[in-house]
Design a protein around this ligand. Structure first.
Ligand SMILES: O=C(O)CCC(=O)C(=O)O
Ligand SMILES: [Fe+2]
Length: 325
């Protein structure tokens, strides 16, 4: 089925600065598209709009269910977020409507499966068996950008997974390059003025080593209930909120490859009260420390602090890493 609307092709994209000169952004309506159509568009561009992924009424309910928690966060210490932003993590368990309508959205789950499921066969003696590893929820975070916020730096969320992909052209692309996909769902109207997420179409084809280029960025202008879906290898960021009084809410949902976990489930196997008394070294070996950068956090905090009931644990910033330039 043809896209219902196509965003204008941007000259910066046409002049070949991004991975593929043909990169553009397609926009589909959730009622008349399917996972195959969305994934083939993402293959080319790294990113796609799905308009009306959830209804405005459901989106309003999600915002109402979140509202009591939206002020809980404290300003970020570091450069990852400007002080006028707030984050709310773990929303899969904070809003039932979010869990049922967004995390469990059939089109989103089908798209996750289409792009991230792994099927392989293996021998066990004389038996050859085929197995499928399905994607798992990587995280759910509400990003709130208030007036006066400056722009966040362009980054790839896949930096957390230490990918070392080379630059390729779109015809060489396969989903094997990816570890994760992200959905950015508009909770309020999002505009260039009020801090819409910006993103660089085609940047999933660039090498991980390549620096982001602001000139290639587009702003994800959306109505409540619309979604921007991208591979976590696409450069993107929250933007400056230059409005007088508009709060910008975006609800992010991440799906990761199902193999990104341990064999034995340590978090359910080891009693939490017991783990809370173990040494830092023991907890680190058992997977209770963050993998730098940004994997395994609890409310963006160091999980070692969280397991010991310390609500003021360290929140690792990019500047806590070894900064090279
Ligand atoms: O707020 C946004 O629009 C994006 C935030 C983001 O990409 C992040 O913090 O990783
Ligand atoms: Fe991000």
């Amino acid at each position: 089925m043809a896209p219902v609307a196509v965003e204008p092709v941007v000259p910066a994209v046409l002049n070949g600065k991004v991975g593929d000169p043909a990169a553009r952004v397609d926009s589909f309506d959730a009622s008349s598209t399917n996972a195959q159509e969305l994934s083939s568009s993402m293959k080319r561009n790294g990113v796609v709009y799905v308009r009306n992924l959830i209804s405005k009424d459901d989106m309003d309910t999600v915002v109402q269910e979140m509202r009591p928690h939206l002020d809980d966060d404290t300003p970020w210490d570091g450069v990852c977020f400007p002080p006028q932003t707030k984050r709310l993590c773990g929303i899969v368990s904070k809003s039932e409507t979010f869990r049922k309508k967004v995390v469990m959205n059939p089109l989103w789950l089908a798209l996750s499966d289409e792009t991230l499921s792994i099927t392989s066969s293996a021998w066990f003696g004389d038996i050859k068996a085929e197995s499928v590893s399905r994607p798992v929820l990587g995280g759910t975070v509400c990003f709130r950008v208030c007036p006066g916020a400056t722009a966040q730096g362009l980054h790839r969320d896949s930096m957390a997974h230490h990918l070392k992909n080379p630059r390729i052209t779109a015809d060489k692309y396969t989903f094997e390059r990816e570890v994760s996909i992200s959905m950015f769902l508009a909770g309020t109207k999002t505009t260039k003025e009020n801090g819409a997420t910006r993103f660089c179409p085609g940047s999933h084809l660039e090498a991980n080593e390549e620096k982001p280029n602001e000139e290639n960025a587009l702003y994800a202008e959306m109505e409540p209930g619309d979604a921007l879906i991208m591979f976590s290898s696409v450069y993107h960021a929250g933007s400056a909120n230059m409005s007088q009084d508009e709060e910008r809410l975006v609800f992010a949902t991440f799906m990761n490859r199902g193999i990104l976990r341990t064999g034995e489930n340590q978090y359910l196997t080891i009693p939490t009260e017991q783990a809370a008394k173990w040494s830092d070294e023991e907890l680190t070996v058992c997977g209770y420390a963050q993998s730098q950068p940004f994997l395994g956090f609890v409310e963006f905090m160091d999980p070692m602090a969280a397991i010991r009931g310390d609500k003021g644990g360290k929140r690792y910033d990019i500047t806590d890493q070894k900064v090279i330039t």
